[in-house]
Ligand binder design. Structure first.
Ligand SMILES: Nc1ncnc2c1ncn2[C@@H]1O[C@H](COP(=O)(O)OP(=O)(O)OP(=O)(O)O)[C@@H](O)[C@H]1O
Ligand SMILES: [Mg+2]
Length: 348
């Protein structure tokens, strides 16, 4: 009997198109002799559709080759394993994982808790602090109507104006700084500030995406990534490096600028690479990760200090994405990786 796989893609996030690309690569590489594949498209508006063809997925404005799924839970119940290839909100943040839990269906990747912690940058920071993994110094703000709320490390809150916030941040962190909506993905809403004016502008901008805002000291160094795979027994890939075409790895430099390059393995010493691999597994365990994640770090130029940046519980999965490429570099082929992820889902 073939395993019935529900390949769920698209999604109600800014990363809908990226997800379609990831799903296409997976669809192409899933062994049709082993699996019966049910491609499921979630539109940006949150409508669920069955995709009726098994070749290249193309989502057109006219919504051709797709049929609306009226009863989502009934539809999912008849499948054996669910494979969410969704990035960002409602896909990577534990919400859809909660639906799978209620339906008691095995699914690929992290559970509810790890997904939501990984998606919320402020809470990822709390867990990594607790795990003693070094990260850039940061400040956590909340926005409530027209005021801002300073949240200290013990979660004490203090209301203040934007101007007061800017002054306090500038006293405590060095420029340049990175300002991020807490729930960001694909760099959406993220900016770099070199002075107080920019800081003010970018805090306001980040506040349009989320009412939780994170401000971090900019780390000057190499940007490196490590992939992990497993449930209890977790393996780490080799370490890869991002060479961004822009000043930082923005949305454009990720998906639009062909001058952004990846380097596998990263141009770092064996010793640092080993340390990063260990830290990647530690970070994955710290958030209670399952299945897969890509863990991103900075290696500071002057000091060689390693800083963790973030953990992505559903990383990009196109054939040229970092996650599969990092495992390919250590001898695990793309199709084997998918098989392994499905096995891990069944094991849970
Ligand atoms: N503290 C920092 N120091 C230096 N550069 C940073 C810092 N924080 C973020 N950046 C730059 O901004 C980019 C986007 O930030 P980050 O990775 O936190 O966002 P993201 O939207 O979660 O990305 P992803 O799509 O990987 O989830 C990073 O890849 C890096 O180039
Ligand atoms: Mg990132």
């Amino acid at each position: 009997m073939k395993t019935k796989i529900g390949l769920i893609f698209g999604g109600m996030s800014t990363e809908n198109e990226v997800s379609v690309m990831s799903a296409n690569s997976i669809l192409e590489n899933l062994d049709k002799n082993k699996y019966d594949i049910y491609p499921i498209y979630i539109s940006k508006e949150g409508e669920w559709y069955q995709y009726l063809k098994l070749d290249k997925i193309e989502i057109s404005e006219k919504l051709e080759n797709i049929e609306k799924i009226d009863n989502i839970t009934n539809y999912l119940q008849k499948l054996d394993v669910l494979f969410p290839v969704l990035h960002g909100l409602y896909g990577e943040d534990g919400t859809i994982q909660g639906l799978f839990e209620i339906l008691k269906k095995p699914y690929v990747g992290c559970g509810v808790l790890a997904s939501s912690v990984g998606m919320d940058k402020a809470y990822t920071k709390v867990i990594f602090d607790r795990a003693n993994i070094k990260q850039a110094p940061y400040i956590y703000l909340k926005k409530y109507k027209d005021t801002y709320i300073w949240v200290d490390k013990e979660f004490n809150e203090k209301k203040m104006s934007l101007e007061e916030c800017v002054d306090m941040v500038a006293e405590r962190l060095e420029f340049p700084m990175f300002i991020k909506p807490s729930n960001s993905g694909s760099s959406v809403g993220i900016n770099k500030a070199k002075n107080k004016e920019e800081l003010k502008k970018h805090i306001e901008y980040a506040g349009k995406f989320d009412n939780k805002i994170l401000i971090e000291k900019g780390i000057n160094g190499q940007e490196v990534e490590c992939a992990v795979l497993g449930n209890e027994e977790v393996v780490a890939s080799c370490v890869g490096e991002i060479k961004s075409a822009d000043e930082f790895y923005s949305y454009d430099s990720k998906y639009q600028n062909e001058n952004s390059k990846t380097l596998i393995p990263a141009n770092i010493s064996e010793e640092i690479s080993e340390e990063i691999r260990k830290l990647a597994i530690k970070a994955f365990k710290a958030i209670d990760g399952k299945g897969l994640s890509r863990v991103d770090f900075f290696v500071e130029d002057k000091t060689n200090q390693i800083y963790i940046n973030e953990i992505n519980t559903l990383p990009g999965f196109t054939k040229i994405s970092m996650y599969p490429k990092l495992f390919e570099a250590v001898g695990i082929k793309y199709s084997e990786l998918i098989d392994k992820l499905i096995e891990l889902a069944k094991e849970e």
